[in-house]
Write a protein that binds this ligand. Structure first.
Ligand SMILES: CC(=O)SCCNC(=O)CCNC(=O)[C@H](O)C(C)(C)COP(=O)(O)OP(=O)(O)OC[C@H]1O[C@@H](n2cnc3c(N)ncnc32)[C@H](O)[C@@H]1OP(=O)(O)O
Ligand SMILES: CC(C)C(=O)C(=O)O
Length: 553
């Protein structure tokens, strides 16, 4: 039964003088990728050694300096993968591999065996400390659970001493930290740290996981600040966060947790991980990047990252995934398209020192995404977007007064299909409704001369020969057409521009006509501006009912 009374709120943390809300993120944390361990243990099909190798290479290329490569005592492929990394020398000198293990001797022994010959490594031991697990899973009291942690810590120290050529770092996680009383979590971690003696030079990491995300991120930050304030040897250890995304706030929790005093963050690419996933490193790193902070990870080729992650995990990257999804630099809605187009142009014209473009929190080019994907057209789009597509994909820059008429044609097409429209189809509609001349009213040739201070025009149009007079060629043709079709005709808008320069230059003209009270539009390109203007006028006229009547007559 759907009944909220089955649940109760998370107990608040008593911390009235919390400092983290006054802090700001200014640098990237130490990152540790857990894609190959926590990510892997959440997959339908765990990664093969080949896929793990491919993903490891990607993580190295991105710039991770610490990578949890597996749980080598858990399975033969995990063990073999660690051996392969070491024996085939895949681990760069500045990268430290990390492995996870339970606080059990047979597993710890096998873990050190897997790591034989490695230059440096982090051995990560964990046991659950939460009230629920103490009572329901382990059936042990506080002291009993602490004893498991201390035993695990001692075993790490003992086994590490057998491999003196490796530089060992030790990591301990009070698993299910968020469900653990804070004083008890500190007590267990102090005991583990005492075994490891960081004061004598042993490197130590204490990892505080929200194994299950149970509260709002501010409560998690309070837990971290409280923990950091009370840990005896806080200054001698690195505090790490490992947040899960059960409430959808893993990134926010990690960000606030860093404000609250943590140094390091574990997470995965695209947030793959148990249940709703681990903290998404891409999102957190890009959040920093978009604030002008060097994330210390190279995410410049997000397409390649997506491709490899999808291949190795057999999970799709959602189209709306923050920063990385296929659709996140695409605007379908009209007002957004219009604003993006204007804002990008403004940005270029004013040579702004920082990126400030409407609706685009970063420049998509930074991560290998293109402007081409920024605007796509469907029935939610508007005139700005259609104009942008014609300009961007076909170099057709049109006067503003023509944007609405073209957009109306495109809108009808998208409404009738209910689907997105391709830029090629927009071009076809533009040619069909604005450039083509329905009654073959093609200008075959023209001749102009001045007479009595005005312009005389002789024009060959299809099979017609027309004569007209006016202040210029356009007026002369307007006069000729209105006479021959017995209609009233007025040019309401006119625009022409040269295309290119030098001897290859051509011209484009756009004309809006009002013929017997009806607005019609035409666009034409020709080798000179007069020919383009006359043809654009003909093209507009050919769409009027008067042209139909003229043809019928
Ligand atoms: C939140 C996390 O992501 S933690 C990491 C979880 N990841 C994994 O478990 C993936 C890899 N794990 C495995 O392949 C297996 O669990 C193995 C190989 C590690 C262990 O396998 P097995 O010993 O066969 O089984 P299992 O994991 O069920 O063992 C449970 C026993 O270990 C004990 N145990 C569980 N976790 C720990 C721990 N961290 N430290 C010490 N003992 C533990 C349990 O109390 C239980 O003891 P019991 O047999 O006396 O009841
Ligand atoms: C082992 C720990 C760090 C873990 O994966 C978790 O608690 O989620």
């Amino acid at each position: 039964m759907f009944d909220h009374r089955k649940y109760r709120p998370f107990t608040p943390i008593t911390l009235t003088d919390r400092q983290w809300p006054n802090k700001q993120l200014t640098t990237a944390p130490h990152w540790c990728s857990v894609d190959l361990r926590d990510g892997n243990q959440a997959l339908i099909n765990p990664m093969s050694v080949e896929k793990k190798t491919e993903l490891f290479q990607l993580l190295v290329n991105i710039g991770f300096k610490e990578i949890e490569v597996g749980f080598p005592s858990a399975s033969q492929p995990d063990f073999d993968f660690v051996r392969k990394l070491i024996e085939e020398k895949h681990i760069p000198d500045d990268v430290t591999v990390q492995v996870l293990v339970q606080a059990r001797e047979e597993l710890i022994s096998r873990t050190f065996e897997a790591l034989k010959g490695v230059k440096q490594a982090i051995v990560h031991v964990y046991n659950s400390t939460s009230t629920v697990q103490r009572e329901q899973v382990f059936g042990l009291d506080r002291e009993g659970i602490k004893a498991i942690a201390v035993k695990g810590a001692t075993l790490l120290k003992t086994y590490a001493a057998q491999y003196p050529n490796t530089r060992w770092e030790f990591q301990y996680s009070p698993e299910s930290f968020t469900g653990t009383e804070l004083d008890y979590a500190v007590d267990v971690c102090d005991a583990v740290i005492d075994v490891w003696e960081p004061e004598k030079g042993q490197q130590v990491i204490i990892n505080l996981p929200s194994t299950v995300e149970m509260s709002t991120p501010n409560v998690f930050a309070d837990q971290i600040e409280w923990f950091c304030r009370h840990l005896k040897k806080r200054d001698q250890v690195r505090i790490c966060l490992h947040t899960h995304n059960d409430r959808g706030c893993a990134v926010a929790a990690a960000e606030l947790g860093i404000l609250a005093g943590a140094d390091r963050v574990e997470g995965t690419l695209m947030g793959n991980g148990e249940r709703t996933g681990n903290m998404d490193v891409i999102t957190m790193a890009m959040n920093l990047y978009s604030q002008g902070i060097d994330p210390k990870l190279d995410l410049s080729n997000i397409k390649e990252i997506n491709r490899t992650v999808e291949h190795c995990t057999e999970l799709p990257v959602p189209a709306r995934h923050p920063w990385a999804g296929e659709l996140v630099y695409t605007a379908f809605s009209g007002s957004h398209q219009d604003a993006i187009r204007k804002s990008i142009a403004y940005h270029k014209d004013h040579n702004l020192p920082h990126w400030e473009v409407a609706y685009l929190p970063i420049d998509p080019l930074d991560i290998g995404r293109e402007y081409e994907a920024v605007v796509r057209i469907n029935s939610q789009s508007g005139k700005g977007g259609v104009a942008l597509v014609l300009e961007r994909d076909f170099g057709i820059t049109l006067p503003k007064w023509l944007h609405a008429p073209i957009s109306q044609v495109v809108q009808k097409a998208t409404e009738s299909t209910g689907q997105e429209i391709s830029s090629q189809r927009i071009r076809e509609l533009f040619d069909q409704y604005f450039v083509a001349t329905p009654h073959a009213q093609k200008l075959q040739g023209y001749e102009l001369h001045t007479e009595h201070g005005g312009v005389m025009l002789n024009a060959e149009i299809g099979t017609l020969h027309l004569k007209g007079q006016g202040n210029g060629a356009i007026e002369a043709l307007t006069q000729a057409l209105s006479e021959s079709a017995s209609c009233s005709m007025k040019v309401t808008h006119f625009d022409e521009n040269a295309l290119g320069s030098g001897s290859d230059a051509t011209a484009r003209a756009c004309v809006a006509l009002n013929v017997d009270g009806i607005d019609v539009y035409g666009v034409a390109e020709a080798t000179d501006t007069t020919a383009a203007s006359l043809q654009a006028l003909l093209s507009a006229f050919s769409r009027s009912p008067a042209a139909d009547k003229q043809q019928a007559a």
